[in-house]
Design a protein around this ligand. Sequence first.
Ligand code: BGC
Length: 390
Amino acid sequence: MNRIFLASLGVAMAVLTGCDNANQSTTTTNTDTVLVKVVPATLPDTAAFRDTTSAQPTALYILKNGHAQAAVTNYGARLVSLIVPDKTGNPTDVVVGYDNINSYLHRPDTYFGAIVGRYGNRIAKGHFKLDGKEYTLPTNDGPNTLHGGTKGFDAGIWTGKQLSDRSVQLYYLSTDGEMGFPGNLQVKVTYTLTDSNTLRIDYEATTDKATVLNITNHSYFNLNGQGSGTINNHLLMINADGFTPVDSTLIPTGKIEPVAGTPFDFRTQTAIGARINDNNQQLKYGHGYDHNFVLNKSKDSLAIAAVAQGDKSGIVLMVRTDQPGVQFYGGNFMKGTNPIKFGKKDDYRSAFCLETQHYPDSPNEPSFPSTELKPGQTFRSTTTFSFSTK
Ligand code: BGC
């Protein structure tokens, strides 16, 4: 939906400089007034998310707080839109997504905004052992299993329940043996948009047989607005003294190495792209950043994991979590072939992910924190994405 703002020159110039993002379209100037035609980010049409051809109908749930808005679909429990004000107040959609359910159902998988599981990230060669028993999973990433296998949680239709205009809850039953994992796993994910522009994600899961679990949200962020070009000029801080180096198939070697003196040192805010072309074997293996950072321990139950800032929008994202790691993925495999919202494309490195999680391949690395869940236990975890401007 287009809106036309007739603004005084001063105000308009502020709008112009501040909204060099995906939402801005055209400007025309006359003598002392500027006609600024801005296309503010809007939520997708909910009707475009109704699909009744699948086993369960799909829908789009809307969360609003007066300043920010979010949209979530029950297909993969995906965050489709997250619209927050930039430094000039211009509504900016900071997550990559499609504007209709068909694209999610039929496009090559990108995991845009999805809840990934049962095991987010990689399990080496699709094998792990639990209580002395071998489990085999379908491989879908070279020799490895990525994000739960060929049909992970991202491709399941969850049962959605809108709790209020701020909150939606999604349920999924991952049956015993689904994608090779043991145990009927009941998963509940709640998205809440708070008054202070925080999107909070609460996870809960129980099982009837011992299993492994690593569940996260796979949103692709561009704080200048999705589809607005490179994220390499965003500033990033990751609260991690160490990371888990990988082999050429992105499986951790089992070591934790210090970030100090490497391009993985984001302990002070640094432009994402500042060192991306350094001659570094880990960057070569990842085709850029695609690594798990070992988060520094904190007394806070929700410790600061990362802070990112859009170089054009001034939008600041703070990520907090109770998880031990965060996968920082810099959009290295984005190809510009998928038509995302507002007529844009998912261009190379035009978004980044901060996937709060346990370390990749933990079921095969006894020295990593355990990802095992036993019957009678309840897995609970929280991650928050908070937005402000600078
Ligand atoms: C992985 C990347 C992968 C991306 C999309 C990230 O979590 O680490 O290697 O390309 O997800 O699947």
